[in-house]
Design a protein around this ligand. Structure first.
Ligand code: SF4
Length: 473
């Protein structure tokens, strides 16, 4: 799941009252501070918490006030051109700051750092450190060198690194939901995607460290964990002692067994790898949420072949049928790319019809953005005019909007178990929280329920993106 819009407020989330709760590590010594902002997918936000933990080990505390630190990090995304443009815009602002404060150090992390490597230092003179997703352990050395005036780059991609022994410092703190990264990298070579080049080969994390992290979060009051990976369905960890291989379905159940009060979500699935075992694990464990993010990318088999997605339309529809058969009330969401190389109008219609077939609760929809170095960039011409890409995207968004509205309308009158996450954006008299299907639900406060509690909510109204209701006791 990718988010082009820079979320500058990540540090704003850390409000004073939650200071103790937000920090995984107690008693960070010293008053050195750093500022970090993250872009892109949940994996990047989770990585920023790993970076924060590594910096905490050398006495740095995160701050949300960029003016009170001389150490800034930006964790970048490279999934689309727009994502990189957003990063460059921020660097312009940092550049202005650095002209006034020459002692300011700027570190670039994440996929854009990995994609550009040393070139980043040539292109952006203000940058002092360029660190790829597998090299964050090197940050303390790079920071020390940078303070001595030596710029540094480490973009080594590892086949082992999972940061399993590093406990994230929770930055994005509502104290209720947290990400747990279970694997890194991706072995799929979707022709439009930079991730295999910027995050390297797949490797799965020791399952016992995942369970330990989930248990620790639960003991500290968290009520929901989201297991993260580019393709969680290909999670496979071999226990070096027993040689037993732990699958994703088994890991899901192990995490769910931490406590029935701990909700478990996961992202992102891949249609070619998702198994019935995963679907049965969801069906048989109330606390594993009835929600699957299953990116289709295109509804047409010829385009799927060009995208090297390794499944076709019929295979994907069969997976949707399996989910509907095994978990009837499961919500499914997706990713869709319009205007991929040589896509015809008829083939575009296949993407519109698969939205209706799958009845997605929501989708992340983009037009094709050619990425340097990808298979598609090397093999295919980006021949669909921008206006056509945008028109097709508008049509996909329109169809998805109608499907989301209809899907949410079906929930009116139903009662759902909702985890209270906090006050609704619009009014402190209302709470917000999500049901098992990952649908945001807004309801009036009642009794002495508080964030972190589960409540039964009867749905009375719905919109495209939200359900509204009332607590039923
Ligand atoms: S599965 Fe495909 S789209 Fe997803 S990260 Fe891997 S290569 Fe990219």
């Amino acid at each position: 799941m990718y988010n082009d819009n820079p979320t500058l407020n990540i540090n704003k989330e850390i409000d004073e009252s939650k200071q103790g709760q937000a920090f995984f590590k107690e008693g960070i010594k010293g008053d050195k501070k750093f500022y970090i902002e993250s872009y892109g997918c949940q994996m990047n936000f989770s990585d920023s918490e790993i970076v924060a933990s590594i910096l905490a080990d050398i006495g740095y505390q995160p701050t949300r006030n960029i003016e009170e630190t001389n150490l800034i990090f930006i964790n970048t995304c490279s999934i689309r051109e727009k994502a990189e443009d957003n990063v460059r815009k921020r660097l312009r602002i940092f550049d202005k700051m650095k002209r006034k404060r020459p002692d300011l150090l700027v570190g670039v992390l994440g996929c854009m750092a990995e994609r550009l490597k040393e070139k980043f230092l040539e292109e952006e003179k203000l940058v002092d450190m360029v660190v790829g997703p597998d090299a964050y352990r090197d940050i303390p050395k790079l920071v020390a060198n940078a303070f001595d005036g030596e710029k540094g780059v480490n973009v080594f991609l590892s086949r082992e690194e999972t940061y399993a022994d590093i406990s994230p410092l929770r930055l994005d703190g509502n104290g209720i939901s947290a990400f747990i990264s279970i694997m890194r990298g991706c072995d799929n070579m979707c022709s439009f995607c930079v991730v295999p080049y910027t995050r390297g080969r797949e490797r799965s994390r020791n399952c016992f460290t995942v369970i330990a992290e989930a248990r620790d979060l639960f003991e500290r009051g968290y009520k929901e964990v989201t297991l993260l990976g580019q393709n969680v369905d290909s999670y496979k960890w071999e226990n070096p002692e027993t040689k037993k291989v732990v699958s994703f379905a088994e890991l899901l159940v192990m995490v769910a067994n931490v406590s029935p009060e701990l909700r478990v979500r996961f992202s992102t699935s891949h249609p070619k790898d998702i198994t019935e075992e995963v679907m049965y694990a969801i069906r048989d464990h109330e606390n594993i949420c009835n929600y699957i993010h299953l990116p289709v990318q295109s509804g047409n088999s010829r385009i799927l072949k060009l995208m090297n997605r390794t499944y076709d339309r019929e295979w994907y529809m069969k997976k949707v049928d399996d989910i509907r058969r095994i978990i009837p009330d499961c919500a499914i969401s997706s990713d869709i790319i319009t205007g991929f190389c040589t896509e015809t109008e008829e083939e575009h219609q296949d993407s519109l019809s698969i939205i209706k077939y799958a009845n997605y609760s929501l989708s992340y929809m983009f037009f094709y953005s050619e990425r340097p170095g990808t298979l598609a960039q090397r093999k295919y011409e980006d021949d669909i005019p921008l206006a056509v890409k945008k028109r097709r995207l508008a049509e996909v968004i329109e169809v998805q909007r109608a499907v989301s509205i209809a899907e949410n309308e079906k929930d009116i009158g139903k009662v759902f178990k909702v985890l209270i996450e906090g006050n609704s954006k619009r009014s402190d008299d209302f709470y917000k929280g999500r049901n098992s299907q990952n649908k945001m639900t807004i309801f009036q406060k009642k009794g002495d329920f508080k964030p972190g509690d589960y409540v039964q909510v009867k749905i009375t109204e719905s919109t495209m993106a939200t359900l509204k209701g009332e607590i039923v006791l």
